[in-house]
Design a protein around this ligand. Sequence first.
Ligand code: GLN
Length: 282
Amino acid sequence: MTFQKFISIKENEALSCGKEDSAVILLLEHITGFETNELYLKMNDEINNDLIDEFNKIFEKYLKNNEPIQYLIGFSCFYGRDFIVNENVLIPRFETEELVENILYRYDDYFKGKVIDVCDLATGSGNIAITLAKEEPNMRVVATDISKEALEVAKQNNKRFDANVKFFEGDMLSPLGDMKFDIFVSNPPYIPDDEEVDSLVKDNEPNIALFGGNDGMKFYRIILSGVKKHLKKRAIIAFEHGYDKKNEMEKLIKEFFPKASYECIKDLEGKDRMTFIYVGDF
Ligand code: GLN
């Protein structure tokens, strides 16, 4: 059987079980070690039986259990790197790659060539912090998370990618002492507590990484109310947030940083997904 035929059979199997067909390619890439483009070049090659067996072992679990494919594989791709993930960390999302990309652009616009200090709050698997440190060696990156278990995963990823992010255990800003930063970034838990969430997400991903209080704004409030003393003279605060939170973000900014300029940025789906706040002289 060719790869192509095998993939199409398995995708149909997934769909008929009410599962995501995209899991097939993710799993096959993981097992073969091929990148997406390599896999496409192999489409007409024969797939060997050992590979099929190995694939099926994980795939059956995926079809039977209500578990994300990324946890079954143990990895999730973020900005071109395979991050270790398990049930103690949020599975990185595509939108968050855009947050990272936008920060890298702003670095070029406002700090180019300068060594700067960056802090990622609620780092989870360390995906944001580590990606920034790898993509922009002029960023000295620190990250915090309240979960010891999550930090263990983040530290493994830090080693895996030979990054030099420093991790601190504690809620949001609380472990930062008198440290000051040029850029703060956070993709904090932002789903309102009573929002209906798909059981694949809710029953698998750590709920402390998902839910952000009654209105989903709890952690932005906590961060904005305490961040001032950790900001250098000219600093950027970059948030990912719910697509319907543009106005509420604006209100919070007016409350805590009335003089700052800010911009809301849309994600690739055209949703209001990020807000960047510029404090000081920009
Ligand atoms: N920083 C991680 C991410 O963006 C985890 C965020 C979280 O736990 N809410 O994927």
